[in-house]
Design a protein around this ligand. Structure first.
Ligand code: G3P
Ligand code: CA
Length: 268
């Protein structure tokens, strides 16, 4: 069974593998999305940034330090910001050994490589535009790449959601490609939700800030495509929290341990 087999049923949220199945394989790598697919999860989440020479890559932090061996390969380049390295330099880095020796040699994927593996695995993608303030024009660039890879065709659109903590970035994506599903990361006050509903189909808050009342307020509004706004909460990694959030009516749970969340919901 896939994670979204029961999506849409009351109390059975969609389960999304956060940065891939990141508790079990190095986050945001092809190995992490392969692991998610192997566990039976079709939805994966990632983080997209830009290199010094303008290539799109998949990495969470604005620095390469935590999730690669950049410090060893380029000792004089502190603080090792993604935006200060070329794609060729980043391609030399080991993005797996920090996680486990079993993943030695795993690379930081370009967005192009990543999209092709998602396609190959028949997965669906919650794509986060990370730190867009550092990368002017990244929204247009991401949409161009997605278009080139066929992800903006009508039959592919339901397999893609684009999200960001930056409301301006989400609005830009919505305006450039109105048919695309978009999500705002954060928890706008209830009084402000109507404004967000003009350009975002989902409101995705940190799970600790969610309540039954908040989820109901979000569901009360229709998004830009005339459907009720949805809520995907993050990052839910244990059974008790998963059951609680499902009880609140969350439509999706973003998790490093999607198997744990799925087991908790099935046992309900
Ligand atoms: O998808 C939600 C979550 O990824 C947002 O936080 O810091 O893990 O990108 P972060
Ligand atoms: Ca993210």
């Amino acid at each position: 069974p896939t994670s979204d087999a029961r999506a849409g049923e009351v109390g059975k949220p969609l389960v999304i593998a956060h940065r891939g199945a990141s508790a079990y394989a190095p986050e945001n790598t092809l190995a992490a999305i392969d692991k998610a697919a192997k566990l039976g999860f079709s939805w994966v989440e990632n983080d997209v940034q830009r290199t010094k020479d303008g290539r799109l890559v998949v990495l969470h932090d604005d620095s390469l330090r935590r999730t690669t061996n950049v410090e060893k390969v380029f000792p004089d380049r502190a603080p090792w910001k993604v935006k200060d390295f070329t794609a060729a330099e980043i391609a030399r880095l080991d993005a797996g050994s920090w996680f486990s020796p079993a993943y030695a040699g795993v690379r930081v994927p370009t967005l192009e490589q990543y999209m092709r593996r998602v396609e190959h695995n028949h997965e669906k993608l919650l794509l986060e535009i990370k730190n867009p303030e550092l990368y002017p024009g990244i929204e247009q660039q991401i949409l161009k790449l997605l278009g080139n890879e066929g992800w903006l065709d009508r039959r592919h659109l339901e397999r893609l959601i684009v999200q960001s903590f930056s409301a301006a970035s989400v609005r830009t994506v919505h305006e450039l490609k109105p048919a695309l599903t978009t999500a705002f990361l954060g928890k706008p006050p209830v009084t402000q939700l109507q404004r967000y509903a003009r350009f975002a189909d989902l409101v995705n808050p940190s799970y600790g800030s969610v309540s039954t009342g908040y989820v109901a307020s979000v569901h009360d509004l229709d998004g830009p495509h005339g459907r009720p706004l949805r809520v995907f909460a993050w990052t839910v990694n244990d059974a008790a929290t998963a059951r609680k959030l499902a009880g609140y009516g969350a439509d999706g749970l973003i998790s490093n341990k999607p198997d744990v969340v799925r087991a908790a919901l099935v046992a309900d």
